[in-house]
Design a protein around this ligand. Structure first.
Ligand SMILES: Cc1cc2nc3c(=O)[nH]c(=O)nc-3n(C[C@H](O)[C@H](O)[C@H](O)COP(=O)(O)OP(=O)(O)OC[C@H]3O[C@@H](n4cnc5c(N)ncnc54)[C@H](O)[C@@H]3O)c2cc1C
Length: 490
């Protein structure tokens, strides 16, 4: 008999949350704390979605998406999770850039960027200030037509080096490009610039375990290996979900699955207005990633004062979105992990190299070519890393790669999208409950709501809307609340 992962689950819950990414986990926790009965369903055998890790022999634990997030995570974790979780958030010691245009170290704060822009890049201080003020003043309700390229051209015309400094890390952080709306850049950039780049001490495994404990305390019914196949909709809105052969009724659904999957697979286009479906069809997925995970010998130590925590490296002469996505890799972001990452664990040094990538470049490869391409990715990455970690090839005891196919496999994200959808996805995600009462989506979407902080905050926004609906069928407005969370810059 196959194991019943829904054993003991009830026939009705106030809310079913589909997916345990950071948005799904946070929405579930907030709703349960508000007194709602919540069923959290995850298709994988682990919670966390993209916020995940894996272990390899020799004591190596590799984090997938723990590279850096803004300080705002401290406030969000304290408010919506626990003080204990918030207290493990620490600042990175050093961020570096190395490319043919410049090499520098930075604390990745407004003060330090201002200093570098004025002293190293010789930009007029008043212009730098005006740029920072403009970026910081941006919010979701602003003009959405101006592109990031136009924003840069207004302040730094012809300064491709300055644009590279300002843009390259954000492209890496959320997949946005110069052609995306400037607000998607300004909001995320200002979030980082408020205090620098932060990480979770103890690793993703510790964070997700602590979150799971909190969810249990809040009373969430957590179920792994539960792949939701359908959300059933009746005349009055959401009625139930179909999962592992069972139909479970619910008052509302929060889908943390990819937005397009939610609309086209879990619901079906016949349930929506035509105009909505046209908009949903036009939503572009964000790009995916490749990563190479390298574990050093047990007693081999890297030096944080030499390498920093995060290194944006590139051999491309200029910054171009196309080059960042190309299969012919010129840009790699290295995360260096030291024993300080997991002070309670076995002391190990690791390097994870990440690169933005296109699903299409990997999707159609026959198995032998796919394996050969992964091998080539490992080899070329070791070659490139040797510049910063001499003799890396002799020093590593474990090397493996992941591709857009890997991300798709583990998270069910279409095309392995690392950061959900492009900007237009946000409006479609927000419009779901207007189409079908009780149907919500929370998860990486629209660039702004992606990344650890964006996804978590989106989970909070949506949880409050669901709670309002359940309480009064939508009579209490949450727009003020929504604005305050979305615009949080500290
Ligand atoms: C390589 C990489 C590096 C990154 N680096 C950073 C970084 O340094 N900093 C940062 O802030 N962000 C980073 N991110 C992005 C960040 O990890 C994500 O934006 C965030 O974790 C997404 O959370 P989410 O809530 O949208 O859900 P996701 O993580 O996308 O999870 C969705 C969940 O839903 C589940 N699911 C899907 N369909 C179903 C179904 N039908 N039934 C049940 N379950 C289902 C999936 O299995 C998954 O667990 C990175 C991402 C990648 C891929």
């Amino acid at each position: 008999m196959p194991r019943d992962f829904l054993q003991g689950a009830r026939d009705y819950y106030d809310v079913a949350v589909i997916g345990s990414g950071l948005a799904g986990l946070t929405a579930a926790n907030v709703l349960a704390r508000q007194g709602r009965s919540v069923l959290l369903l995850e298709q994988h055998y682990k919670l966390g979605g993209m916020a995940t890790w894996f272990k390899r022999p020799g004591g190596h634990i590799f984090d997938i998406s723990l590279h850096g997030f803004p300080y705002g995570m401290v406030k969000s974790c304290r408010r919506y999770w626990s003080r204990e979780i918030a207290d493990s958030i620490v600042q990175l010691d050093g961020v570096r850039f190395d490319n043919p245009m410049f090499s520098l170290w930075t604390s990745f704060t407004r003060d330090d960027f201002t200093k570098q822009l004025v002293e190293k890049f010789k930009v007029d201080p008043a212009t730098v200030d005006a740029f920072f003020d403009k970026a910081r003043g941006m919010n979701f309700y602003d003009d959405q037509q101006t592109t990031t390229r136009e924003l840069f051209d207004e302040f730094f015309p012809g300064r491709e080096d300055v644009i590279r400094l300002l843009m390259e890390p954000i492209t890496y952080a959320n997949g946005s490009t110069l052609e995306d709306p400037a607000i998607s850049y300004g909001i995320v950039f200002s979030n980082f610039m408020s205090k620098g780049v932060f990480t979770f001490q103890g690793g993703t495994d510790k964070l997700v375990k602590q979150m799971e404990d909190e969810l249990k305390k809040s009373g969430v019914d957590i179920r792994i290996r539960c792949d939701v196949e359908k959300i059933n909709v009746g005349r009055d809105g959401v009625e139930s979900i179909e999962v592992n052969g069972r139909t479970i009724r619910c008052g509302a659904v929060v889908s943390n699955a990819n937005l397009r999957q939610t609309v086209f697979k879990l619901i079906g286009e016949e349930k929506f207005d035509r105009g909505f479906i046209d908009d949903a069809r036009a939503v572009r997925l964000n790009n995916s990633s490749t990563q190479v995970y390298m574990g050093l010998k047990e007693d081999d130590r890297l030096d944080v004062s030499e390498l920093g925590d995060l290194l944006f490296s590139s051999t491309a002469p200029t910054f171009e979105t196309e080059a960042l996505l190309s299969r012919d890799i010129t840009s790699r972001t290295y995360s260096f992990y030291y024993p300080k990452t997991r002070p309670e664990g076995r002391p190990r040094c690791l390097v994870v190299s990440s690169t933005n990538a296109r699903y299409e470049d990997w999707a159609g490869l026959p198995e032998d070519e796919y394996q050969a391409s992964k091998q080539d990715l490992c080899e070329t990455t070791l070659e490139a890393l040797d510049k910063y970690v001499p003799n890396i090839r002799e020093r590593v005891v474990h090397v493996e790669a992941s591709t857009p196919r890997t991300f798709q496999h583990y998270t069910a994200h279409l095309a392995g999208a690392s950061f959900g959808t492009k900007f237009e996805g946000l409006a479609v995600s927000r419009a779901l409950p207007e189409q079908i009462s009780g149907l919500y989506h929370a998860g990486s979407v629209g660039i702004i709501m992606s990344g650890w902080l964006g996804a978590m905050n989106y989970g909070v926004i949506v949880a409050n809307e669901v709670d309002n609906l359940l309480m009064s069928r939508g009579s209490r407005s949450t727009s003020g609340f929504e604005e305050s969370v979305a615009g949080e810059k500290s």
